[in-house]
Structure formats: C-alpha cells, structure tokens
Design a protein. Sequence first.
Length: 397
Amino acid sequence: MTRKHETILIVEDDAGIAALHRRILERAGYQVEWCARADDARRRLQRGGIDLMLLDNRLENGVEGLQFFRELKDAGLDPPVILVTGFSDDATIIRALRQGVMDYVTKSSEYLAYLPEAVRRALDQVHTRRQLEATNAQLRQAYAELEQKTEELQQTTQQLWQAAKLASVGEMAASIAHELNNPLGIISLRLEAVLAKTPPSDPRRKALEIIEQELERMAGLVSNLLHFSRPGKESISSVDLAEEVERALELMHHHLKKRAINVRREWEPGPLRVLADRQKLRQVFLNLVSNAGDAMPNGGTLTLRIKRHLLPDGRPGVLIEVVDTGCGIPQDILPKVMDAFFTTKEEGKGTGLGLAICRRIVQDHQGSIHIESQPGQGTIVRITMPASNGVNVDRLR
C-alpha cells in the first residue's frame, strides 16, 4: 500500500531511462522527481521532502553513484537509497550494502517489473525503522523519567528517615531537659538555703552568687530547650525580636564559643515587636545562627542587626540581618539554598531543611527572606516582617 505523499527522487543521467522509471513509479502511486546531475540531486535533497532516492551507479561525467552517496552521508545527508546498476558483480553489491544502501536493482529485462516492489519494500523498511527510532526515543525518555522517579523516591525515603531522626532528637532533648530540671531544682533550693544563712559580709557569698547566676542561666537553657522541642499549638503573641535573638544566642553559645566567633549586637533603640508564633520565630533565629557558626569554623564575626524598616507597600516593618564573615556561598548554588533538602554539608551534618523551614515560617508571617553572599566574603541573611499591627499573622490563624 502506497502511503500518501511518498516522494521518490530519480538520479539518472539518461533521460530515457529516467522517464521510464518515472512512468512506472507514478503508476504505482508515488510522486516522482528527477535530477540528471549529482549537484542538482544534492541541492534537491538539501531542501528535504524526499522519502527514497533511486540512484544510478553511473552518472554524468563518470561520477560513480556510490561515491556520490558517500559524499552525501559525509555532508549529513543520508537518504534511503536503492542502487540501480548495470553490472551484477558481487564486489559492487557488497560495497553498496556496506555503505548503507537499502537495496539494489540490476538492469535486466525483468527489473522494471520488479522496481515498484523494491521501492515499496525499501519504504516499508524506512517506515519501520522510523517507528523503531520513535519507540526507542520514547523508551529512553520513559527510562530517564523512571530514573528520575527512582531518585525522587530515594530522596523521599531519605527525607522520611531524616524526619524520623529529627523527631527522635526532639523527644530525646525533651527527655534530657526534664531529667536536668529535677537536679537543677534541688541544687537551686539548697543554694537558696545556703545564701539565706550567709551574711553579705561573708567573703564566700560572692562565689555563691556567681553559682546562683550560672544556675539561673542553666535553668534558662533547659527551659528554652523544652520549649523548642515541644511541638505545641500555634500561639500568637507580641514578640520582642531582640529578646528572641538573645535567647537563640544563649542556646547557641557553646556552638559559637568553640569556633571563637565574636558576636556583635546592633539593636535599634526601643522595643521592636512583631505579632508572631514565638516558638517558630525562635526556630528561624536558631537555624540562621547555627548556619553562620558552621560557615566560620576557624572563627570570625557574627553581626545581628534589628531595626525599623519601611516595607515596599509603605507599611511599617522591621528588618533583621544575620551577617557572618565566613566562607560564603558559590553563586551557582545560591538560588538553591532555600530549597527543601538541599544541603552542601557532609552527610549526617545537615538535613537541607533549615533554610527551607525558615523561608516557610517567615512567609507565613507575611515576611520575606533574602540571602546575599560572595565566596570568601561571607553571607548576609535579611528578613523583613510587618511590625506588630496584626496583619502579619492572618495566615497563621
């Protein structure tokens, strides 16, 4: 069965033979074009739309058909070809098949009757080959998609394991905090009793007061740890940003101290408050301070700024900046750092959740978070939020 619009290009220098071939093929239902010269055939092929070339092996000026076919392939033109030859020698036939000719026809008394069948068979092969190539392309695409889905499944499995580990850490932190509370309470009561019996003039009282201060700091750390590890319900209140940043710094004191990191506080005068879920906001500050500390393993300066800020829509807001002098973030990965589960830390040292959680929390409070960084020059994290006027918690209710 002839398919619609199948076009055969006859390349033959003998006009009589070409006309004969054309008549036979047109009767069989094909569209036929003819070129007498190799250069004309090359230009026609370059325009496209040729399904099969019927190529004579002896062309004008002694040009060999097979050599012309080789030149076409070298130029990136590789049409399906049936070679028409007047000599049925095995060497020519083998050479033709090795070069990629689909079939050959030997000029004889019977070849004209066989020609339409040869063309049909060659075109069927072309059609089948194209279908196979399309199927292979679909299979390659399906395989690539399967690999991607497999990778996503592996990542999801890893994320679930990581989430389970994080939940276990939270439970363990709460358990440790509860266990510490009991001895701390006993020590505190004993210390109060000793202080009550120690007059102000006693030289030992100063040391006892220092112990009392450190005990209070330890109790505060345990309280913060309990508050952070307890999921609880969302609780909206007016939050003093400087106070929450200080609590985060208190929890991260050892993390920063062992890295010899100097902390600078730059608070604008007066209380700067936002309506927020205190626990979630503290989680943001803990993540940012922790990341800044990790970026300065050999020491540096961590600067925290809080100041009034005018939002793009003209509303009053606040600006929080966390600035480190650490290693910085390469520009090619900077756009990805707030993607969930993206991390540059070693396996087991980072979940890739910190900044993603920070962004979600800030956005839930109608705020925005942006990161600027240059390798070797440090990183600036800027958070803007509406001031304490109630509009920034609509999405939390």
